[in-house]
Ligand binder design. Structure first.
Ligand code: ZN
Length: 318
């Protein structure tokens, strides 16, 4: 039991309930640890383990697996309504791009410090035990990879890369941060000094000061001067087909599908639930609050993801 975690701990494991990023507060977390599950809750997870029957399953994860890493879930219970910028708006309107990059620069400067939590490490432990056909994540935070999982589809892309829409070149977001800091000396400090910064997902952040936003200098592609875009899927943009096909093949190779921490409110994740259900495979959903897949679920666990995933590894005898 827990063979993986001590080793991982040496490389930066953060206990599940520790906000990993200063100023970011875990949203909608229960304050519970795995040990705090009630007897009935443990029995429910034991039943899930029995349903899985030792066969490999596909794991689909959403924002709920990362809330314990201090990254808020904007679709979780109690989250404020948001209107994310669409792909079409981003491509069309320079002033909206300026606003986007100003917010993204603040959001990224915090998000890249996030560390995986017990839920991510439990997923890696399941993978190493041969119990997963693969991990499909709707998150762009790269925390499964940070927890050393190897077979992961980043369905909606990754926050740590940017893409030139003209020449197609990729850059690391850390490299872009150096350029943006040179173009905008003192910006991050001024935002912090102005206060009113609240964290938002997808490396976004609320920046209250319009003056700071309107003065923000946006970077161009260092190679061709083209328009740069974070390498993740915006609203109104399609998920690249190769990622979709790879995800379906993980579901097809699995005997069951486990969804952890997603309300399945976007079709890009829900379609895998529909496929598994259509093929007669058990669908297990671990999520606090309603999901769009509830009617297709064989079992629904209204539990925190870190606690439930950790218990699942135990119930499966790891
Ligand atoms: Zn370019």
């Amino acid at each position: 039991m827990d063979q993986l975690r001590p080793g991982i701990g040496e490389t930066g494991f953060v206990p599940a309930m520790t906000p990993a990023v200063p100023g970011m507060t875990p949203a909608a977390t229960s304050g519970a640890s795995a040990a705090a599950l009630s007897r009935d809750e443990i029995a429910a997870v034991d039943m899930v383990a029995a349903t899985l029957g030792g066969q490999p399953f596909a794991l689909l994860t959403g924002a709920g697996i990362s809330t314990d890493s201090g990254i808020p879930d904007y679709r979780g219970p109690g989250a404020p309504p948001r209107n994310p910028l669409t792909y079409q708006e981003f491509m069309r309107e320079p002033s909206l791009r300026q606003r986007y990059w100003a917010r993204n620069h603040v959001g990224w400067s915090r998000m890249h410090l996030s560390k995986p939590n017990a839920g991510h490490f439990a997923a890696t432990e399941l993978e190493r035990a041969g119990m997963l056909s693969g991990i499909v994540t709707q998150n762009v935070d790269r925390l499964h990879e940070a927890a050393l999982a190897s077979n992961v589809v980043d369905l909606h892309g990754r926050f740590d890369q940017v893409l030139c829409m003209e020449c197609g070149n990729h850059y690391s977001r850390s490299f872009l941060a150096i350029i943006l800091n040179e173009l905008n000396p003192g910006f991050l400090e001024a935002v912090a000094a102005a206060g009113g910064v609240s964290a938002a997902p997808d490396a976004d952040a609320d920046v209250e000061s319009e003056k700071l936003i309107s003065a923000f200098n946006v970077a161009k592609c260092p190679l061709c001067g083209g328009l740069l875009k974070p390498d993740f899927v915006f609203f109104g943009e399609n998920v690249p087909q190769d990622r979709v096909l790879r995800s379906f093949s993980m579901v097809d190779a699995a005997a069951a599908l486990v969804v952890a921490g997603s309300s399945l409110s976007v079709l890009s994740g829900l379609r895998f639930v529909k496929k598994a259900a259509k093929d007669g495979k058990p669908v297990i959903i671990i999520n606090r609050g309603k999901t769009r897949g509830d009617s297709l679920a064989t079992v629904k666990l209204e539990l925190g993801v870190s606690e439930a995933m950790t218990q699942l590894t135990r119930s499966l005898g790891l």
